[in-house]
Design a protein around this ligand. Structure first.
Ligand SMILES: Cc1cc2nc3c(=O)[nH]c(=O)nc-3n(C[C@H](O)[C@H](O)[C@H](O)COP(=O)(O)OP(=O)(O)OC[C@H]3O[C@@H](n4cnc5c(N)ncnc54)[C@H](O)[C@@H]3O)c2cc1C
Length: 336
């Protein structure tokens, strides 16, 4: 290969792209600001990614042992409003486990990894920016925690509260992930902040169920300072995953988008690496492909988001589901 690639950010987009390029003989250096293994704020519910995408990336086997989720139940203000089978089963796996397995695969394939190496955001030849959400003032906080021995009403529970929503899903045979997106309230902090947000939103049943199970404090993670949707335009940079576009968490599709964007990037980057295409053109071609792939999905997701986060939207959603008029399959497929 004539040219190597540098990747900033060793999350799902960065690691999967790194593995796929290494498997095709491209020299890859990856810089990750943190280190492995580590917990991430994520519902860890993978839905919508096609097996062919995982095969292209060379990581299909790493997800083979994930929990399979088939059913879902939705609650508003603590009352069940909807239950169904998922149109396509989803997978649940801890990011602590998955990211580290991908890290290992990347290194075994000959990739060079620099941990605790924070890169400057800049558009330079050969640099692929996979460093997650682009920091921005935003009104949301994401919180997540693993809980053991917690009983579930369905494989995926979705709880709508006055201040946001929370998802609950199994990520290993004895571990459940509780993860929520809430309107940021700086008065809520300290130990047990996730149940505090749940109670503030009227989700006391879930908070109580969580607290009467075995909470793993080491798994707690929080993130704030982001905006959903297309990220601030950095036209000179090649961006993938959340760095390119952040879908609202309720879709359960952000991890899939990270994988899909990496898979889309493989062919154009190979053309650059073999000297067939210049970097500027490669970036433009990829940007167009990403826009085509994700624009509609992000528009639908952002249009639906207020139905989960605003009281009037939630009341409408509850009424529609009670009348059995919710086009669940249509919404599910529109978001993937
Ligand atoms: C509350 C919440 C719940 C969610 N739930 C789900 C869900 O259930 N299902 C789903 O599919 N998606 C979910 N998501 C979205 C999902 O987590 C992301 O879409 C996914 O992690 C994106 O992967 P990524 O590789 O683009 O970014 P990330 O996984 O964020 O990885 C980015 C990496 O870059 C590193 N980094 C940052 N800055 C730098 C720098 N300057 N230099 C070098 N490295 C850097 C970071 O340390 C990080 O490791 C959720 C998100 C939130 C906020």
């Amino acid at each position: 290969m004539k040219r190597g690639i540098t990747i900033a950010g060793g999350g799902l987009a960065g690691l999967s792209l790194g593995i796929a390029l290494r498997n095709r003989g491209v020299a890859v250096e990856l810089h990750e600001a943190g280190s492995y293994p580590r917990h991430r704020v994520c519902g860890e519910f993978i839905s919508g990614v096609r097996p062919a995408v995982l095969e292209t990336l060379g990581i299909a086997d790493l997800l083979a042992g994930a929990e399979v989720q088939r059913s879902t139940a939705w609650f508003s203000g603590g009352k069940q409003i909807f239950a169904a089978q998922l149109p396509v089963p989803a997978r649940g796996i801890s990011r602590h486990v998955l990211d580290d397995a991908m890290r290992m695969r990347f290194q075994e394939s000959g990739g060079v990894l620099h941990e605790r190496s924070r890169q400057q955001a800049q558009g330079r030849e050969g640099l692929v920016w996979c460093a997650g959400r682009i920091p921005a003032r935003g009104k949301w906080i994401g919180l997540k925690c693993h809980v053991r021995e917690m009983p579930l009403h369905a494989d995926l529970e979705m709880h709508l509260g006055r201040n946001g929503y929370a998802g609950v899903a199994r990520v290993s045979p004895d571990t459940v992930n509780v993860c929520g997106l809430f309107r940021l309230d700086k008065t809520l902090e300290g130990a047990g902040v996730l149940p505090k947000y749940l109670r503030q939103g009227g989700l006391s049943e879930l908070a109580g169920r969580m607290e009467s199970s075995v909470v793993d404090p080491a798994s707690f993670a929080a993130v704030a300072g982001f905006r959903l949707g297309w990220q601030r335009s950095r036209t000179e940079m090649m961006t993938l995953g959340d760095a390119c576009g952040m879908t609202p968490p309720f879709t359960g599709n952000g991890m899939s988008m990270a994988f899909e964007s990496a898979a889309i990037a493989v062919a154009p980057i190979l053309r650059y690496a073999t000297g067939v295409e210049e970097w500027g053109n490669t970036r433009k071609i990829l940007q167009r492909q990403l826009l085509r792939k994700f624009s509609l999905r992000l528009v639908y997701a952002q249009a639906m988001h207020p139905f989960l986060t605003r009281s009037i939207g939630q009341a409408f959603l509850a009424a529609v589901t009670r009348s059995r008029l919710l086009p669940f399959h249509l919404c599910f497929h529109a978001l993937r």
